[in-house]
Write a protein that binds this ligand. Structure first.
Ligand SMILES: [Zn+2]
Length: 341
């Protein structure tokens, strides 16, 4: 770690901030990048945003190649009846009808799914205060396929849009449409806008949050899930922290810097939930041992990986749960709403 003069792109403080050197380890090119951590807002950020950023998202990058696509195998009647049951489970409506329907169909499994093994879908819907299945929902930076939107469709939501400028063309999966667009080009306003681990990839943070504010309905909610530098794992692993991911992760926010960014754009954080997983530990442990994330024996891509014992993987899960509860996890979900004048 050295000290040098930089201007923070979040709070604009020019100071002698601490700098760090980190290496590309997802693909293992080991290309070197410099980051600095702001003395005032604690945001860890890349010193120079590469001009050729798109080159760091090759075709094998996961946003271009979804691991699995959920197809709607259920017939229309089952889906219709399950939707009525979800209406009771999520919005608390029509209990009497539900008592009858639960003898006929189960709730869809997607209702109890987690997003990237993190937050429960139902928890997100409830915290966002959605009131019915026709509320419009936008997922920003979702890649060519959004499992989150697909799950919402299977529960019963009908107005589902994804947007990602790095994909090659527009996509359509059932009622889920995904457009190859910047957020600024998306038309409409939304009850819920989600960014599941995409904000950290976007060069202009303030302009992005301004766009989100403009795309929210008056009582709309934005959910931002990002890596958080205010964490046990950053303290333990430093630049080997798997969430560092240079140069794709341009910003590793602190709790303070994300709240500051929100307040500068007419938004406020009203809830924070930590939702890290074992990945944070086994990935960082791999980097500390010099093994790329996409190594053929990596548990990230290989279910039969022998890199860690079952016991070690269980310990990583236990540690992840522990730091989620203590608020020291390296992944957090921020719920934001408009600041009312
Ligand atoms: Zn700052």
């Amino acid at each position: 770690m050295t000290i040098s003069l930089h201007s923070c792109r979040i709070c604009k403080t020019e100071d002698n901030h601490s700098t760090f050197i980190a290496y590309e380890m997802m693909f293992g090119t080991r290309e070197k990048f410099e980051y600095f951590q702001c003395n005032t807002c604690d945001c860890l950020q890349i010193t120079d945003i590469p001009k050729n950023l798109s080159e760091y998202y090759p075709p094998k990058y996961y946003a271009h190649t979804p691991s699995e696509i959920t197809t709607q195998g259920r017939n229309w009647l089952i889906r219709f009846l399950q939707k009525q049951r979800c209406r009771t489970a999520i919005f608390g409506k029509y209990y009497k009808l539900n008592n009858l329907l639960k003898l006929i169909v189960d709730l869809p499994t997607s209702l109890h799914e987690r997003v990237n093994e993190g937050l429960l879908i139902k928890e997100i819907i409830n915290t966002a205060g959605l009131k019915n299945f026709d509320e419009p929902i936008l997922d920003v930076g979702c890649g060519i396929y959004s499992q989150w939107l697909a799950n919402l469709e299977s529960i019963g939501f009908t107005r589902l849009l994804g947007a990602d400028p790095i994909i090659m063309g527009d996509q359509q999966y059932g009622q889920v449409k995904i457009v190859a667009s910047e957020l600024s080009d998306v038309v409409g306003k939304f009850s819920l806008i989600t960014l599941h681990h995409s904000l950290e990839h976007i060069p202009d943070q303030e302009a992005t949050l301004q766009q989100i504010e403009q795309h929210l309905l008056p009582d709309g909610v934005c959910l931002i899930r990002i890596p958080i530098v205010s964490s046990f794992v950053w303290e333990k692993y430093g630049t080997n922290w798997v969430e560092f991911d240079p140069p794709r992760h341009l910003y590793l926010h602190s709790l303070k810097s994300l709240k500051l960014l929100a307040s500068k754009t007419g938004l406020e954080v009203f809830d924070i939930k930590h939702d890290t997983t074992a990945f944070e530990f086994y990935g960082s442990e791999m980097y500390a041992r010099g093994i790329p994330l996409t190594d053929k024996n990596s548990p990230w891509i290989n279910k039969n990986s022998s890199l860690f014992t079952e016991e070690e993987m269980d310990d990583f899960k236990i540690l992840a749960n522990k730091i989620n509860l203590s608020g020291e996890a390296g992944r957090a979900a921020f719920f934001l709403r408009k600041i009312l004048a």
